[in-house]
Structure formats: C-alpha cells, structure tokens
Design a protein around this ligand. Structure first.
Ligand code: FAS
Ligand code: PHB
Length: 393
C-alpha cells in the first residue's frame, strides 16, 4: 500500500473540491483531491450558469478569475414571462448595484483545473473505492485504489465534496445524520445549442403548459430548459419537438425572435430540495452537493457550494495559521443557516413558476396572485433580488 501524508484530503474534484484545494494551497495549506472520474468526464458535465457575486469574489481570491472576468457576462437583471407579458426584475436597482455573473460551471471547473495544474496541485483522477476512516480520531485517513494499487492518505481533516451520490455523507452514522427532502413531480429538460441567445438577459417563463428558462453561456452559445414530466427521457425529445414546446411557453414577441439549431447537449435533471445535517462529523466536513441540493430555479446549487467553501477556507486558515478552531467548530451551524435560506428561495421560485401536475384551479389563482403581487410591490422585488444576487456569507 502506498501511503501519503497531507493536511486535508478532499473527496471530489468538482467545483467545490477544486475551489477549496486552490484557496488552501494559496495559504500554504496542503491537500489531496480524490476524483473518481476522469478530468474529461468532469468537464463534460453541463450544469450551472449563474454565479453570485460572492462566488465571483472567491474565484478572484483563488487567483483563477482571469477568463471569467474576460468572457463572463455581468447581468443587472432578468425577466419573468407570465400571462403573455415580460416583466423585468432590476437586480441592481433593488440591491444597491449588485449583479450576477453569467459564466458556465463547466468553464469555472476548467479554470480551477488549470489553476491547480499551475500550482502543482495534487488531483488524483480515476480513483476507486474511496473510503474515509477514523473520523473521530486526531489523524483520520482515507484509502482508495488507483490503477490496481492500494493507497492511504493520513491527514488532519477530510472534506466530502463528492456530490449527492458520494461516499462522504454515507460515512456519517445513521443515528447522527438527519436528512430533509422534498422531491418535485417534474424535471428540467435542458438543451445547449450553438445559437445566439434569444435575449440579452435570462428569461424565466411561467406558463400553463409548464415552466421554461432561456439562459446562455455566451453570445453564441445558448442554454434552454423546459419543465417535463418525470417519466420523460431526453431521447424522447427531438430537437424540433423541444423548440416547438419552448416557443409555446414564451410570449409571442420572444418566441418570434428565437433562433433554433441542433442541440449539442440534451439531458433531463430531476428537481429536489435536500439537506443533510450536521455538515460536520468528527474531522469530516461535508460541502456542496454532498450536503445539500436545490431545484435549479433560483440558481443556488453551485452558489451554495461556494459559501460552504468560503466558511471552510476561513476555518482552515484560522486553524492552521492562528491556532483558532472556532471557524471549524462553527462551520456546520453557519453553513446550514445560509443553505436553508437558499433552499427556501429555490423552493419559493419553483412554486412560483412551475405547473404542478396535481395543482388545482385554486393553486393556479394563488400562483397568479403571487406574480401580480411581485410586480406590484418594490418590496417583493427587492426581496427576490437580494436572494438572487446572493445573501451575505
Ligand atoms: P459535484 O457533484 O459537481 O462534484 C462532486 C464530484 O465528486 C464529482 O466530480 C464526482 O465525480 C466526484 N465523486 C462522487 N463520488 C465520489 C467518490 N466516491 N470518490 C471520489 N470522487 C467522487 N446548479 C445551478 O446553480 N444551476 C443549474 O442549472 C444546475 N443544473 C444542474 C444539473 C444537474 C444534472 C446537476 C446534477 C446539478 C445541477 N446544478 C445546478 C447543481 C450543480 O451545479 C451543483 O451545485 C454543483 O455541481 C455542486 O458542485 P460540487 O459540490 O462540487 O458537486
Ligand atoms: C443555466 O444557465 O444553466 C441556469 C441559469 C439559471 C438557473 C438555472 C440554470 O436558475
């Protein structure tokens, strides 16, 4: 068995694990990242597209924001299409000038990998059977296999950044772990196309046929979603059927401007709200999707991972550089307080904009009243705006 010594073992080489590893390295704190897939596989995922200003600042602090600042788009608002109308949420007006950055998670991950390579970061891909051990011991350790060889890394702390299906959360004893979940009765069928976006800003659409979202990755790469039944499969949807249904759910003046093209990616994501508590057990810390999942309606998935990483980054810094462990001791409570606010906002946006299969006429009237209230009240718009740009860390 090959043995390794480090300070922090990070399980998972997605955005959470890579960002934490990069931030720690810049403070001289050593880590090893263990990723079960290849780098190409990780970079092949098409996921989030909107970054809160907190995430943008973290990427800048990590020294890997150059391309994001050049190629990302600053957005000061977005639109909600409903009842044939298009109403704008002016994020900057309602938040004293705050905005969001439109820049794909794939590009964030690519930038993080390049930054890790430049610093000689230790990221092991294609690892199998990763197992955390001794979570309550002063020196926990992690074992894994790679290319048929057995490995062990002794460390001070383990961070589980291995997503919803990872091994870390399952390593917390069942009698300690509490899980809270809400599964929504629909999914999002997403399409990526090399076409100009239909609008300058994002459009969230509430329609009796179901939700739709017009987003983008650049001026020549568009990302669209429509709500579909959970029984649908991506292969059931031809490109022509997708574009026709998207147009039905958009106001005429928008549908008329939609430029269609072949899908270069097409997939269905289920929607769920999920939180695991606590986010710390002994010397294991959970971060990102390993601990919580939101429906993507509020663009909070990746952004909630970022605030976890912010708290862990400062907690490890204070521990190793100041001998102060209060940040680590308070991590779970602090992270969960912000996670639950993101869960609430994502749940609210999902209820506001989706057609629930079991919904009644009364539910539809309540939904319309929610939208009417939103666009008749500056206070309601300010509340939405401050959540969308990101609550304070
Ligand atoms: P990730 O899941 O990204 O990364 C975890 C990593 O751990 C993966 O690379 C995985 O291979 C690895 N791993 C898992 N088990 C392991 C093991 N046992 N050993 C080693 N490695 C292991 N968020 C938004 O804000 N907007 C969106 O539109 C949006 N769309 C999404 C669509 C889909 C299909 C999914 C699944 C998520 C989407 N999200 C979206 C949420 C998404 O962006 C996550 O919040 C984000 O990927 C979280 O990053 P991580 O916490 O790093 O988890
Ligand atoms: C995306 O561009 O993928 C995206 C944008 C906003 C959301 C969800 C997804 O709320």
């Amino acid at each position: 068995m090959s043995t390794h010594q480090t300070q922090v073992v990070i399980i998972g080489g997605g955005p959470s694990g890579l960002l934490l590893s990069q931030l720690l390295d810049r403070k001289g704190i050593r880590s090893i990242v263990l990723e079960k897939h290849t780098r190409e596989y990780v970079l092949g995922r098409i996921r989030a597209g909107v970054l809160e200003h907190g995430f943008v600042n973290l990427m800048r602090e990590a020294g890997c924001s150059g391309r994001m600042d050049r190629e990302g788009e600053i957005h000061a608002g977005f639109h909600i299409a409903h009842q044939g109308r298009l109403d704008r949420i002016d994020l900057a007006k309602h938040t004293g000038g705050e905005t969001v950055m439109v820049y794909g998670q794939t590009e964030v991950t690519r930038d993080l990998y390049e930054a890790r390579d430049a610093m000689g970061g230790v990221i092991l891909h294609d690892v199998q059977n990763v197992q955390p051990h001794g979570l309550k011991d002063a020196r926990p350790y992690v074992t894994w296999e790679q290319d048929g060889a057995a490995h062990r890394a002794d460390c001070d702390f383990i961070v589980g950044a291995d997503g919803f299906h990872g091994v870390s959360r399952k390593s917390i004893p069942a009698e300690v772990l509490r899980e809270y979940e809400k599964v929504y009765p629909f999914g999002w069928l997403g399409v990526l196309s090399e076409t100009p976006p239909v609008a300058e800003e994002l459009i969230y659409a509430r329609h009796d046929r179901g939700f739709a979202l017009c987003s983008l990755r650049s001026r020549v790469l568009s990302r669209y979603y429509i709500q579909v039944p959970l029984t649908d499969r991506a292969e059931d949807w031809s490109d022509a059927a997708f574009w026709a249904e998207l147009k039905r759910r958009l106001p005429e003046q928008v549908a008329g401007q939609l430029e269609t093209g072949p899908s270069i990616e097409k997939s269905i994501a289920p929607l769920r709200s999920f939180v695991a508590e606590p986010m710390r057990y002994g010397n294991l810390f959970l971060a990102g999707d390993a601990a919580h999942i939101v429906p993507p309606t509020g663009a909070k998935g990746l952004n909630s991972a970022a605030s976890d990483i912010y708290y862990l980054y400062h907690g490890f810094q204070d521990h190793y550089l100041q001998g102060d462990s209060s940040g680590l001791d308070g991590y779970s409570g602090k992270a969960l307080a912000r996670v639950w606010k993101a869960e609430r906002f994502s749940w609210w946006m999902t209820n506001l904009l989706h057609r629930f299969p079991q919904g009644t006429e009364t539910d539809l009237r309540l939904q319309r009243a929610d939208l009417d209230y939103l666009f008749s009240s500056a206070a309601a718009q300010a509340s939405l705006a401050e959540n969308y740009v990101g609550l304070p860390y």
